[in-house]
Ligand binder design. Structure first.
Ligand code: SF4
Length: 212
């Protein structure tokens, strides 16, 4: 697919922001640019906002109505996925409202850094039940030390909070996948896979700058 085709398959707001974008037959929702981490591998912290042909920089967080309108008919897609250059759970209520507007037969996936409980100061996973079918959690590393080096969390206790989120989410969401980027310095993909096995959830190695 040419770049121009990719651009035209994103839905823009009046200000030109890309609110949703299409990849792999899925509709990806660009809910916010705000983030809980400052990952050194993140394109936006390297002043790059283009991800697979889409410029995901937002002038402002889009409204729920604008997102729902941008998704349009969800039955055109395999999945609706919350995944932009920001952490969707930073806008928990908007995330839940949009998810609620998606018909039951369409799979809804949340791609998250797994820090929603830490940032919101409560267990958010019961709120996701029945609205989100699958969660991909960026585990990113096999240890707190390696995680902190790559993800540069502003808050302390982030890695244990991420692990605790997985345990909480398991009680409400059947389909959980942990991910880590293959090839980052110090990241042991096999050890990350073992952590997923220990939690009884799936694991998927990711490629840098590839949305999945
Ligand atoms: S969690 Fe994702 S969007 Fe946020 S800084 Fe890390 S890579 Fe970037």
């Amino acid at each position: 697919m040419s770049n121009s085709n990719k651009w035209s398959s994103g839905v823009h707001s009046r200000s030109g922001d890309i609110l949703t974008y299409n990849l792999h037959g899925n509709c990806y929702v660009n809910l916010t640019n705000r983030c809980t981490l400052k990952c050194n591998f993140c394109p936006k912290f390297n002043k790059i906002w283009d991800v697979q042909g889409y410029n995901l920089k937002l002038c402002a967080d889009p409204s729920v109505d604008d997102i729902v309108a941008a998704i349009g008919d969800p039955t055109r897609y395999n999945e609706v996925v919350f995944c932009g250059l920001g952490e969707p759970t930073m806008r928990l209520s908007a995330l839940l409202e949009v998810a609620e507007a998606i018909p039951e037969q369409i799979r809804v996936r949340l791609n998250t850094d797994g820090l929603g409980n830490l940032v919101q100061g409560m267990d958010i996973t019961p709120e996701l039940a029945g609205k989100v079918d699958a969660i991909s959690v960026s585990l990113n590393a096999q240890s707190e030390d390696v995680y902190n080096r790559h993800c540069r969390p502003p808050l302390t206790g982030t890695y244990p909070a991420l692990l605790d989120f997985i345990e909480c989410a398991k009680q409400y969401i059947d389909d959980i996948t942990l991910t880590a980027i293959d090839g980052l310095e110090g990241v042991d993909i096999n050890a990350c896979r073992e952590i997923a096995d220990d939690y009884g959830v799936k694991f998927r190695p990711r490629e840098l700058d590839k949305v999945g």
